[in-house]
Design a protein around this ligand. Structure first.
Ligand SMILES: Cc1cc2nc3c(=O)[nH]c(=O)nc-3n(C[C@H](O)[C@H](O)[C@H](O)COP(=O)(O)OP(=O)(O)OC[C@H]3O[C@@H](n4cnc5c(N)ncnc54)[C@H](O)[C@@H]3O)c2cc1C
Length: 369
């Protein structure tokens, strides 16, 4: 079988789907080719934070890009709900990073100061709060005795990553995109200013291709003139049974979902694509969560799982248009949930126009060479 498409997006995770949704909103009819259940799929295993205040240490542009995402998120979430009926459960609650000793508090304070000092403007508007102020921010929550304070970011929040993915799939198809599950791309060939995208079902000829396949991008990228290293890092998460609302602010180690479950996480482990969970990691994460919220002591754990992060060497996104083959794009990042709002707006606009703004060009992979 041979067919043509206006545009092919490779990868139907949260990055490819947000871009495809944004392209479809701009009148394009992207064909999204996704892998199967056995592929690595970070979008289905993550913590669901829409998170700013720890992003961009060492790369100020990432702080501003993430702030832009947080500023767009409410409108983005409302639009997805209006168009698809799917509620992403986005809440801009503000978020914290708990400190369990004076040493942790001082270290966190130094990090925040360094990040705020990276540019003339401060995208974070975050601040350190001591135990007393933290209690005022969460009057119903019972804090453990070891909690000395936290960093607090007013632009942080959470969503349901699974509803986000469902909304993006529904939104893009409603606007004319086609989503094909279980259709992995095996090769791409640039031919006379177009691209031949090869799948088991046939070859698709297109003038525009967006490579957003997470860890599936690296085997395909060389053919398009890209050389982006994507590094695997395992993250384990523990989830509890549903409990009554605890009145806690989300943190990067513990948050309560809209349904009442408590997510506890996450590890950072260099073990390649090994998706096993380990009792040691689970115990360490739970121990820390219990130090912050002792009331979790009687709550049952119902499941643990592991996912693989899609990291670059500096942990910041890479967006490029191929110099060798214009019309070919690559997008990869950690924090694809947080960045979905800018991927569907600014990045999709840039890909639609075939021209990157300076803000997006700051994420070219040349910085890593
Ligand atoms: C434990 C953990 C916690 C996290 N927590 C957060 C968080 O709180 N907030 C946040 O913003 N981010 C978080 N992340 C990161 C976030 O999940 C990722 O940034 C995001 O999911 C990356 O999306 P993606 O679409 O690039 O990749 P993926 O979700 O991996 O999607 C890639 C897609 O490409 C497909 N594919 C692969 N190869 C091919 C091929 N050859 N042809 C066609 N399709 C192909 C796959 O089937 C897959 O569907 C977390 C990640 C982990 C692991």
């Amino acid at each position: 079988m041979s067919e043509t498409a206006e545009c092919v997006v490779i990868g139907g995770g949260v990055v490819g789907s947000a871009i495809a949704y944004g392209l479809a909103k701009r009148g394009e009819k992207p064909l999204v080719l996704d892998g199967g259940d056995s592929s690595i799929r970070s979008s289905r295993v993550n913590f669901g934070l829409v998170w700013l205040h720890s992003k961009g240490d060492g790369m100020a542009a990432y702080g501003f890009w993430t702030r832009r995402a947080c500023d767009l998120w409410q409108q983005f979430a409302d639009e997805l709900t209006d168009e698809t009926g799917v509620n992403t459960q986005y809440v801009k609650s503000g978020g914290v990073n708990y400190c369990l000793s004076e040493a942790e508090y001082n270290k966190r304070s130094e990090t925040m100061q360094r990040m705020r000092g990276q540019a003339a403007e401060d995208p974070y508007e975050a601040r350190m709060v001591d135990r007393g102020e933290l209690r005022q921010l969460m009057p119903r929550a019972k804090l453990g005795g070891d909690v000395t304070g936290a960093s607090y970011g007013p632009h942080d929040g959470t969503c349901s990553p699974l509803y986000l993915l469902r909304a993006l799939h529904a939104g893009m198809t409603k606007r004319g995109a086609q989503y094909r599950a279980d259709s992995p791309v095996t090769a791409i060939k640039p031919v006379d200013g177009r691209f031949e995208v090869v799948t088991a079902g046939g070859v698709i000829s297109t003038p525009k291709v967006v490579l957003a396949a997470g860890h599936g991008s690296m085997p395909l990228e060389k053919a398009l003139g890209f050389d982006v290293e994507i590094i695997a890092e395992r993250g384990q998460i523990v989830v509890t049974e549903r409990v009554a609302p605890m009145g806690i602010l989300p943190a990067n180690g513990v948050r309560q979902s809209t349904e009442g479950t408590v997510l506890i996480g996450t590890t950072t482990e260099s073990v390649g694509f090994d998706l096993s969970t380990t009792p040691q990691a689970g115990a360490a994460m739970v121990k820390r969560a219990l130090s912050v919220f002792p009331a979790l002591a009687g709550v049952r754990i119902v499941r643990t799982w592991a996912g693989v992060r899609t990291l670059t060497r500096d942990k910041c996104p890479v967006y490029e248009q191929s110099g060798q083959y214009p019309g070919a794009f690559i997008a990869t990042c950690h924090s694809g949930v947080t960045l979905a709002a800018v991927h569907a707006n600014d990045l999709a606009e840039a890909i639609h126009n075939g021209k990157f703004t300076p803000m997006i060009d700051a994420f070219h992979g040349r910085r890593l060479k």
